[in-house]
Design a protein around this ligand. Sequence first.
Ligand code: PRX
Length: 660
Amino acid sequence: MAAAVRAAARGRRLGALCRGLSASLPAASYAELRARAARDPAAFWGQQARAALRWDTPYSAARRPAPGPGATRWFLGGRLNVAVNCLDQHVQQSPDRVALIWEKDEPGTEVKITYRELLDMTCRLANTLKKYGIQKGDRVAVYMPVSPLAVAAMLACARIGAVHTVVFAGFSAEALAGRINDSECKAVITYNQGIRGGRIIELKKTVDEAVKNCPSVKHVFVAQRTDNTVHMGDLDIPLNEEMAREAPVCIPESMESEDMLFMLYTSGSTGKPKGIVHTQAGYLLYAALTHKYVFDYQQGDIFGCVADIGWITGHSYVVYGPLCNGATSVLFESTPTYPDPGRYWETVQRLKINQFYGAPTAIRLLLKYGDQWVKKYDRSSLKTLGSVGEPINHEAWQWFHKVVGDSKCTLVDTWWQTETGGICIAPRPSEEGAEIIPAMAMRPFFGIVPVLMDENGKVIEGNDVSGALCIAEPWPGMARTIYRDNQRFVDAYFKTYPGYYFTGDSAYRTKEGYYQITGRMDDVINVSGHRLGTAEIEDAMDEHPAVPETAVIGYPHEIKGEGAFAFVVLKDDTVQTEHVKQELKAIVASKIAKYAVPDHVLVVKRLPKTRSGKIMRRLLKKIIADEGSNLGDITTLEDPSVITEILDAYEKYKSEQRTS
Ligand code: PRX
């Protein structure tokens, strides 16, 4: 292709992109926008917020500098309602535009919901909540799989100023109760049952079990997902019937920019999961802008993020980002392999999805089934592919790009966290034609200033270097606190490197200045893209009466990315070792969730400890990586003979595994 033709094509693409974007960013190029964000962040974000959001009262100060970087506040003095931004403004312009396509578990049974219908549903639900006494500031737990009603539940809370905490519907009753109690929810919204991969999930039963131990819960709203009836007790209110009686209009609460919008629990390296708090304007702005730019979203596109709403990805890129931008967002209820491994691509063909955003774990799983499951279906609608939640390995990246995207789509590896609210590092936005290096998040988003730190807490300059990944400048989408534990927030994110937000990840900056995430630096593991503290699994197993102590570490897993490997010490008089191992797995499933259950439980006599009693997990990692002969410095071990013991136990375990 001649250079002139290429330039014209690029011009058309850029032109189309600029037209597709709202008035927020007229003709400025990416480079200009990035430069503006760097020059004067407050002015830059202020301008974006004015153009991209609909305000009841304009803000008076874009950014309030704070004594600590975690205390920066945004758009002070401004008032708005997030549900109005996500619904009413689009209903006024194009009420019949499809907001959601509910890709239900059974292929071919999708349901389309227009913006008008979603507003109607949201208002009825909001009025129901109000009728039962839910007010501004009250917390409401949403224990529902992805569905229009779940989205309406989130938006109904936003409309009346209540704070939602969505709990992934795979969490156990005990995990749900822990979250409800920590946030003192007044109500829970759930379904009678769920359906996933052709199987029924007993959601209401789990909620019943949970709320027995949740004194703050006054009402449980139960919607119908299946025709089966479930037991309804004193707290329970049939949601669909109540909603049918309510008016489809609900005056939105005018919220301050920094009021809480939602909290979402996530794992840290110690203690219980923490309730990460996001606020109204800054979060919404950041979710919307990243959705628009990172995926080159254009009006009329069908955006398919297959994440569950129980995770931050579902919040930002199934619900808030797309809906604020007036997009059509797909709600994927099923699994990548139901009814067969072609499900994603059959859905792409049927719904004509333009952007497909998913997790590497699913890609790794699907590539094993072979290309035929992809090639069977027409994927010509796809323009952008995205990956999130964990490192994407080269094989998965190449397969996603070449086979799924026919080498024609832009593939973006997006790095971010529950705490960051939205994507922070991703190959886009960039000037059209700028290179994308496989399996790398590469470039910071506008206004994100990554830095790498050395062991002494000094910023590492230059390229071709590795260090702890921090972010130097605040940005509007950043979490504001941990619910009722601001000290933990400060300690976890701002203490290790004073003046910087510490992500917990390490990264490499390439010779060209791009960022490659290299993994967690703490005791957090990432199983199928889901964050877990190894301490959470240990705490659960330690409750078994036969178990004095345990140590859990992550190990590389072909499909899941990481799996949990548990080293367990049993009391001397324990006889039924195999039985106890099974019980331990069951305890983890019931205290946390099935995905948290360790793949391996190895019984050892002792754990390797320093003289001060600290477990040396580094050594356990080396042993299961078959590097037992190269353990490095073990002089701090209280008794080095423990290593031989564990190595022997591990060798025996491996040979048993081979023969079983
Ligand atoms: O370790 C990083 C990993 O996931 C962590 C954040 O997990 P969570 O809060 O559950 O959010 C996941 C969805 C945004 C990070 O600290 N992570 C996320 N994305 C990537 C990643 N690791 C490597 N590459 C990524 N693209």
